[in-house]
Design a protein around this ligand. Structure first.
Ligand SMILES: *Cc1c(COP(=O)(O)O)cnc(C)c1O
Length: 437
């Protein structure tokens, strides 16, 4: 029994016959069946008692945004100082969730508006988000899709998934499919196998990604059987969601080890959360634990403007301060890209400290992480290729068979020689309207 910590043993005692519980602790379906969904159970299992007034407010919050915590994730809470505990803060509701501010939105990323088919969000030119599950084992309090949590607590039916697959089949531009949810690993191995097999058969789909928090909140879901299924459908990439170094437990390490050993490249997407990880030292400890376990920090997200997340938000300056503390100070592959997911559906916008101090026609002035100011001398001569898109006649040896069909979009278009566009103007520009009169 020494593989179980004290908290797990105590929870086991409360959940029923201790011996039986501990023998099933690592069975993910058992964990799912024992998820903590009420304030009562939570109090009982952790030996905590809330003030009656406060308790009432929490219960009101749960009525709007439901509660669910796996026994495993619950066991990570340090009961001695639970109120400040990063696991508690991510898993347990607070009354502040019911405060809706003017700028808060149910769907800030306009995922429902950019949805051409059931479960599909098609935002970027070459890739789609495919929501194949509406459920999760643990409801993160900071969920950006809080509007959906518990709302339609069902797995999309086969027809719905079929419709999404059909959209992907009919759109040859889609070369990357991101399976998300909810948590796609809530689906059975067989159901996942079916979806992945269908995607395999679509020639233009080159990669499939899975976004899942299972390695963090229910690491026992990463079974040998599941890994065997995923492995059949390479190239599969997995992105997970660790937010605090405390979450990288022995069980989580085992889960990511299995995935990495199966040849699955692993990435991590953290959300910057006030009171959880808004600290350069915590973030550095987290990225170091991730890379030591073969998980590459991928994104650090600024907290979205979804309703109910106000108490989690930090100023963007906190994110920049964290980036400043990572770049140069630690391995390049430990540094995630800090992004704001643009409200209104503009997609992810990367933010960095400024490293470009100044420039003239022949020199660039740069600064490094230490504050060293340096110059980079530009080449005296550079032969400009005017790019008229006649790649056959170009010296650069692009094998045209390998090249994607190419259409410049956005700022890229302003930079392109072959495009005559000289400015991008918002649709509601009054100056342009006057010109049209
Ligand atoms: C994040 C996201 C993606 C994937 O973005 P990458 O930068 O390629 O990781 C795709 N579609 C939507 C709608 C997204 O929000």
């Amino acid at each position: 029994m020494s593989i179980f910590n004290k908290a797990q043993q105590e929870i086991a005692e409360h959940l029923g016959d201790e011996k039986i519980v501990l023998s099933k602790w690592k069975d993910w379906k058992w964990q799912m069946s024992k998820c903590i969904k009420s304030v009562d159970d939570f109090e009982q299992l952790l030996g905590i008692e809330f003030e009656p007034e406060y308790r009432k407010k929490i219960e009101q919050t749960v009525d709007t945004f439901p509660l669910s915590i796996t026994p495993y994730y619950l066991s990570l809470i340090n009961t001695d100082d639970y109120a400040n505990d990063p696991v508690f803060r991510q898993a347990f509701p607070v009354p502040e969730e019911l405060q809706v501010l003017d700028h808060d939105m149910a769907d800030p990323l306009a995922e429902d508006q950019d949805s051409p088919a059931p479960g599909i969000t098609h935002r970027y030119p070459d890739r789609v988000l495919f929501h194949i599950s509406n459920i999760c084992s643990m409801y993160c309090r900071h969920c950006t899709r809080k509007r959906k949590v518990g709302d339609q607590d069902t797995v999309p039916g086969r027809e719905e998934i079929e419709a999404g697959l059909e959209y992907i089949r009919n759109n040859p531009v889609v070369r990357d499919v991101l399976l998300s949810g909810g948590d796609p690993l809530m689906l059975s191995d067989d159901h996942l196998d079916w979806i992945l097999t269908e995607l395999d058969q679509i020639e233009h789909v080159q990669v499939v990604r899975l976004g899942t928090r299972m390695p963090v909140v229910l690491p026992y879901r990463i079974t040998d059987d599941l890994v065997a299924v995923l492995k059949k459908h390479h190239p599969i990439w997995v992105n997970t969601h660790f937010n605090h170094p405390r979450e990288m437990t022995t069980s989580s390490k085992e889960a990511v080890r299995k995935l990495a050993d199966a040849g699955i490249p692993l990435g991590n997407q953290s959300v910057l959360l006030a009171g959880v990880n808004d600290c350069p030292r915590i973030m550095k400890a987290l990225v170091h634990k991730l890379v030591a376990n073969r998980v590459r920090p991928y994104y650090l997200y600024q907290c979205d403007l979804s309703e109910g997340l106000n108490h989690f938000r930090t100023p963007v300056g906190k994110g920049i301060e964290i980036m400043e503390s990572l770049r140069g100070h630690t391995s390049g592959f430990s540094v995630p890209t800090y992004v704001v997911d643009a409200p209104g559906g503009g997609g992810k916008i990367p933010l960095n400290p400024n490293y470009l101090v100044s420039l003239s026609t022949n020199k660039v002035v740069l600064r490094n992480y230490e504050g060293v100011i340096t110059t980079y001398k530009e080449p005296d001569s550079y032969e400009q290729h005017f790019c008229d898109r006649k790649c056959d006649a170009c010296d650069l040896q692009l094998q045209l068979d390998d090249a994607e069909e190419y259409r410049a979009i956005g700022i890229e278009k302003l930079l392109a020689d072959h495009d005559q566009t000289i400015s991008l103007t918002p649709e509601d520009n009054e100056r342009m309207e006057r010109r049209a009169l």
